[in-house]
Design a protein around this ligand. Structure first.
Ligand code: ZN
Length: 149
């Protein structure tokens, strides 16, 4: 669970396959309560909120790479390639594979021509494929892994 100031971190945790709630416009007590009720680790830039919430991680404003590394280190998590791109970046739902024919009208023609696998979010209907931005993501993830050793 990421608080308001950590939008891009939340997005990246979803890309890495983690069930990530992103909360905005919420009072500290509410945020603490959700973390407790839903058994979520709270990631925050707010020291006071961190102190109030037992299961939380405080991250500095030192860039995405450092933030992710800190979380993985503290919680002893491992980057698992099988989980990459299994969740919708927008709404956190698990995406499901969809038959290629069904997305024909919904994706650009040149994408349709070269991609074979497509995925859809059951909630917002956003369609995903492992295109060029996917290669950039993999590069970034590789960097995270290399620095860890
Ligand atoms: Zn979605």
């Amino acid at each position: 669970m990421c608080d308001e100031m950590l939008g891009s971190l939340a997005k990246w945790l979803r890309i890495l396959g983690y069930d990530t709630k992103y909360v905005r416009d919420m009072k500290d007590d509410e945020i603490s309560k959700i973390s407790l009720d839903e058994g979520r680790i709270l990631i925050t830039r707010d020291k006071l909120l961190h102190k109030k919430t037992p299961n939380s991680i405080y991250v500095e404003n030192n860039g995405l790479e450092e933030q992710i590394k800190k979380i993985f280190k503290e919680k002893n998590l491992k980057i698992d390639e099988n989980k990459f791109l299994t969740r919708c970046i927008v709404c956190n739902e698990k995406i499901i594979e969809i038959e290629k024919e069904k997305v024909k009208e919904k994706v650009p023609e040149h994408i349709y021509a070269i991609q074979d696998k497509f995925y859809i979010c059951p909630k917002c209907r956003k369609i995903y494929w492992k295109g060029s931005h996917w290669e950039n993501m993999k590069e970034f993830i590789k960097k995270l892994q290399n620095n860890k050793n």
